[in-house]
Design a protein around this ligand. Structure first.
Ligand SMILES: *[C@@H]1O[C@H](CO)[C@@H](O)[C@H](O)[C@H]1NC(C)=O
Length: 136
């Protein structure tokens, strides 16, 4: 049923309440964040309810009040922490792994080179080819 209220005013009051009462309200879930058939600014529609994450989901989506669903490779309450795939061993590197934001890259031991994103082969420019060939 459509709520009979001036949405703009209602939504502003709701936002001010969240800022003033802060975490307490945010943690218990702001009531009535739906005005008319739409969510107030700052609330996201999930199914037929509106949800709000007090800490915005940086690399993810707000799926419930203060619940972020993080994109792969991100974690934390606001999805701002990069999962270190190298540390956790969640990588496919043949030799070595280097973690970076949201992902990782592989690198090879000295004398080897990458043939694709993960695998190493002996580098053609290593010692073998620089050794003098033939007899003096
Ligand atoms: C990379 O090459 C290796 C060796 O040929 C192969 O086993 C592996 O599946 C390849 N990986 C990718 C991501 O193409």
């Amino acid at each position: 049923m459509k709520r009979e209220c001036p949405c703009a005013v209602y939504c502003v009051v709701l936002l001010v309440l969240v800022v003033v009462v802060g975490n307490t309200l945010a943690l218990t879930g702001p009531p009535g964040s739906v005005c008319g058939s739409q969510c107030c600014d700052g609330w996201d529609q999930v199914g037929d309810t509106c949800v709000h994450c007090y800490y915005p989901c940086i690399h993810g989506t707000c799926v419930d009040t203060n619940v972020c669903e993080c994109e792969p490779e991100w974690e934390g309450h606001d999805c701002s922490y990069d999962i270190d795939e190298c540390w956790y061993g969640h990588h496919a590197c043949h030799h070595n792994c280097h973690n970076n934001d949201g992902c990782y890259t592989c690198f090879c031991d000295v004398g080897f080179q990458l043939i694709n994103s993960t695998h190493c082969v002996i580098s053609p420019t290593s010692d073998i080819s620089s050794t003098p060939a033939g007899l003096p």
